[in-house]
Design a protein around this ligand. Structure first.
Ligand code: NDP
Ligand code: GDR
Length: 365
């Protein structure tokens, strides 16, 4: 039985990847950091009673900023594959916590690689590093591919730049099977609530159900290449199954402005929007309501821009070229953006029907 260790198992990708690897027959170990509240909601359905026989899913307390526990967990679990997904992953928040972000996202990757050397596992264990399209930052070339120069635009992206290169360096210096997946944005109903897609689909659901008045957003002009997390964790696994280690862009090749994601999400509940005004004065106004259940008056302002969500330096345009991953990994996304939006909006409408969550407009992110 193959053994995998996933850091960041409680996150969006960790949950989908754990599910995929369990389906493939792996023994899955996950690193979970201690929190004052239990935050295993995304993986609770995978939990197996440690007292039962043939347990294939196990969590270990650990933190990317603590070498000692990473070394101990790797020694105990002797993984064939490590998926390093743990990170302070919010770009805007990285401007508020730059040193911590560098430590967890940058040096954290070094800690994993060095632990493998210390434990003499560098020839046995394959490493997947969760690299990101944020590395491209300020546009140098479109679409962005494996050879496009990097120009990071946030403390998060700079930390991930270190992680990218230290992964390449350990591969070249020590012959390790260590790879970067340069993943473009990927979303799902499990997406963290303060990333823009989920913030929008939650806002739409709450507004439609009369729980929230207005959705406040930042830069509506930013364009992202959005895919579905389920497709992207499949690519992570494929990256570690090749004969030789390499780095791959994982993307759909289609880019969409935030504004259009908002429109598409409202359209899912039968509400048509028009945007008027510019920059911080732009608003989204209801122009038609085609749903008997979710009734909103024509002319109601449901979206507004709040400059506090602007970033000190922004990444305006991301669009990936997935040719290499399609050719070499045989990877192909199954979801398109309309299917993703549909699933996310339906998920949040369902969620808010069950619980009465208020004060959503105060979400920071
Ligand atoms: P999430 O924010 O949903 O999950 C991040 C995970 O990392 C959580 O399990 C979190 O734990 C854990 N974590 C954070 N800090 C630490 C730490 N110091 N020690 C241990 N664990 C920690 O991210 P995603 O699942 O969306 O992304 C997975 C990875 O892929 C991240 O590295 C991200 O930067 C990267 N990435 C994501 C993309 C995307 O579009 N989703 C695109 C490209 C790259 P907790 O639950 O306790 O917060
Ligand atoms: P991103 O994702 O920064 O691309 O990083 P996010 O969803 O946070 O932002 C995407 C774009 O939307 C704009 N935006 C807003 N963003 C947020 N969060 N909240 C808002 O209210 C808002 N309004 C507009 C942003 O300015 C930005 O341009 C994600 C993370 O998952 C990273 O970890 C990962 O590496 C990259 O995707 C690829």
């Amino acid at each position: 039985m193959k053994v995998a260790l996933i850091t960041g198992i409680t996150g969006q990708d960790g949950a989908y990847l754990a599910e995929l690897l369990l389906e493939k027959g792996y023994m899955v170990h996950g690193v979970k950091r201690r929190a004052s509240l239990i935050n295993t909601e995304r993986i609770d359905h995978l939990y197996q009673d440690p007292h039962s026989e043939n347990v294939r899913f196990k969590l270990h307390y650990g933190d990317m900023t603590d070498s000692t526990n990473l070394i101990r967990i790797i020694q105990e679990t002797q993984p064939d594959e490590i998926y390093n997904l743990a990170a302070m992953s919010h770009v805007k928040v990285s401007f508020d916590t730059p040193e911590y972000t560098a430590n967890a996202d940058g040096i954290g990757t070094l800690r994993i690689l060095e632990a493998l050397r210390i434990l003499k596992l560098e020839q046995k264990t394959r490493v997947y590093q969760a690299s990101t399209s944020e590395l491209y930052g300020l546009v140098q070339e479109v679409p962005q591919k494996e050879t496009t120069p990097f120009y990071p635009r946030s403390p998060y992206a700079v930390a991930k730049l270190y992680a990218y290169w230290i992964t390449v360096n350990y591969r070249e210096a020590y012959g390790m099977y260590a790879c970067n997946g340069i993943l473009f944005n990927h979303e799902s109903p499990l997406r963290g609530e303060t990333f823009v897609t989920r913030k929008i689909t939650r806002g739409v659901a709450a507004i439609a159900l009369g729980l929230q008045d207005k959705l406040y957003l930042g830069n509506l002009d930013a364009r992202r290449d959005w895919g579905h997390a389920k497709d992207y964790v499949e690519a992570m696994w494929r990256i570690l199954q090749q004969d030789t280690p390499d780095d791959y862009v994982i993307a759909t090749g289609i880019t969409t402005p935030v504004r259009d994601f908002v429109r598409m999400s409202f359209a899912e509940v039968g509400i048509e929007l028009a945007f008027t005004g510019e920059g911080a004065s732009e608003v989204g106004v209801v122009t038609a309501c085609n749903n008997e259940e979710f009734i909103l008056p024509v002319g109601k302002e449901v979206v507004a821009v709040d400059p506090r969500y602007f970033r000190p330096t922004e990444v305006e345009l991301l669009i990936g070229d997935p040719t290499k991953s399609k050719t070499k990994l045989g990877w192909e996304p199954r979801y398109d953006l309309p299917a993703l939006v549909k699933e996310m909006v339906a998920g949040d409408v369902e969620l808010f029907r069950k619980k009465d969550v208020t004060q959503l407009e105060h979400l920071i992110g």
